[in-house]
Structures are given as C-alpha cells and as structure tokens.
Design a protein around this ligand. Structure first.
Ligand SMILES: [Zn+2]
Length: 300
C-alpha cells in the first residue's frame, strides 16, 4: 500500500516536473514578449488613460489613445521594420512597426493635414503622415521618428491622438498601458550620430564633483527645433572642467564667473550641453550621458 502510494506520488511529481519543463521550454522557445522597456511612442507632453477594451462603435478598443499636440513626433517603440498602411477608412494614415522582439506596434490616425487647420488635404505619405524620408519597408532604430500625430481616419475632427496598439508575437492586441507607463520618455529624437545641443531649464537639485543634478522644465534641442515645455524629470549632467559656469541676474544677461559648488538646491539654472553626436543614452538623458558646456545660475 505504502509503496503504491509512493509510486503514485512519484508519478504525479514526474508529471508535474514534465509539465513545468514543457511550459518553461515553450516560453523560452517562443520568448517573443514585448521588451521590458519600450521607448514611449510620442515625444513631448501627452495625456492618456487605460482605455483599452472600452466599448467603441466597432467593438472593444484595441489600443490606447495617446492625446498629443498636432504633429507631435511619433517614435519607434523599439528597433524594427516599418510598413505604411493607407487603405483603412477607420485607421486613416497608419503605420506598422514590426519590432525586433517579435512584437508588432500599430500607429493609427497619423497626420493628414497640410495646414494647422483640419483640412484633410494631406496624403498618407512621408513628410505628412510619416517621417520625412521614411520609406515603407525601412529599418528603424528605437526612438527614431516614424510619423506625426494627427486625426486621420475616424478620428477626423477630434483631438489629435495616437491610437497605439501592442501585439506581442504578432498575435492579438493586448493592453499597452503598463508598457506606456514604464516607457522611456526621450529628451529629443535624432538620427544616431547627428550633432545635437540641448538647452535645459530647471532648478538645481544637487551637485557632485563633476556633475549637476537638475529638475528639468523646458527642453529645446538644436538644430532639430524640438521643444518640450515641461519635461518634469531629474537629470544628472556631467560638468567637465572645460564648462563655463556663471551666475546671472537675469537670463541672457552678462555672467559672473562661478563654480559648481556655488549651485544651491532650488536655484534656477539654464544649462547648455556640448554639441555631441546623438546616442540612445543622450536621447534618454541617462546619468552623465550629457555634457554641460555652459551653466548659468540665476541669482536674485
Ligand atoms: Zn483609439
């Protein structure tokens, strides 16, 4: 009796072990999950809620509507290949991103206007809906500009937004909310290697021997012409000994030479970075990835 029970238990344990092996093996073999962190698919200020699955005229909502200013830059969530899709009355100007991870992303309602009004005179072409110079079938890097936010298709006349869908392993749509919540918001978007200078306005948080941590408000990227009114993030910028540090009585006024130790927490600061080739680290604003060339501390 005892030996029988033991055998039965042994069989059960073996079956369980086999099942676990199968499941883990399947997950590993498939392993086409979205990346842990995607690039947030819009540059600049956005508003969105978790409206995935909400009832809509055509059925449950298959994505999340990310409200953004008209022609805000739509960015590649991960590296991959793009395909333009211009034949859907509902989606309007649409772009598929076939991500390297196996996840597909849908970018829907891209811009179809030629003016700042809602003229609908633009076609679903590069320069209007899709990034200037981008071609269907092109490979893109993570964070690359792929299109412009708009109101094409059945979003016509309502607030410009990006309807963003996430299709793991090329399958059905899943809720992208968590991916968006943990997405990396970029400071700017530029082709790798392009020389870029940033102007960061904000307040001093703290200093190290060779770095300045600041809470950033407005960001401007030159010569890209990209501006974000309020980043709302803390960044740690390297301040090399070659950087000019000064105090000013008002922005743009002649400065008085100063040192990094003069920077006080809460003090308004205007920081220009050294022109440097665009990298993913710089676009994300990773710690010490950007170098200061001019630091102006406001004294009242
Ligand atoms: Zn939508």
């Amino acid at each position: 009796m005892i030996s029988l029970r033991t055998t039965a238990r042994g069989t059960l344990a073996l079956a369980l072990a086999l099942l676990v092996t199968l499941l883990v093996g399947k997950a590993a073999a498939g392993s086409k999950q979205p990346p842990n962190t995607i690039v947030f698919p819009v540059l600049g200020p956005t508003v969105y809620i978790d409206d995935f699955g909400q009832p809509r005229p055509g059925g449950p909502h298959q994505g999340i509507d990310i409200l953004a200013p008209k022609r805000a830059l739509a960015l590649a969530a991960e590296p991959g290949k793009v395909k333009f899709w211009t034949h859907s009355a509902g989606a309007g100007c649409m772009l598929y991103l076939y991500g390297a991870s196996g996840t597909n992303y849908y970018y829907i309602h891209l811009n179809n206007d030629l003016t700042n009004g809602n003229d609908n005179r633009g076609k679903c072409v590069a320069g209007t809906a899709y990034a200037r110079g981008l071609k269907t079938g092109a490979k893109v890097s993570a964070g690359q500009v792929v299109g412009y936010v708009g109101d094409s298709g059945d979003a016509n006349g309502i607030h410009p937004h990006l309807h963003f869908e996430l299709h793991p392993n090329g399958g059905h749509a899943v809720d992208p909310y968590q991916s968006l919540q943990t997405g990396q918001h970029l400071l700017f978007a530029a082709p790798r290697g392009t020389p870029v200078t940033l102007e960061l306005r904000g307040t001093v948080v703290s200093t190290t021997t060779d770095g300045l941590r600041l809470k950033v408000g407005p960001v401007a990227a030159f010569p890209l012409g990209q501006r974000q009114p309020k980043l709302g993030r803390k960044l740690l910028i390297e301040v090399p000994t070659s950087a000019t540090i000064q105090t000013v009585k008002k922005w743009g006024a002649p400065g008085t030479p100063a040192a990094l130790v003069d920077a006080q927490p809460g003090q308004p600061v205007d920081l220009w970075t050294t022109a440097a080739p665009a990298t993913m680290k710089a676009e994300r604003g990773d710690d010490m990835a950007l170098n200061a060339s001019l630091v102006s501390l406001l004294v009242r």
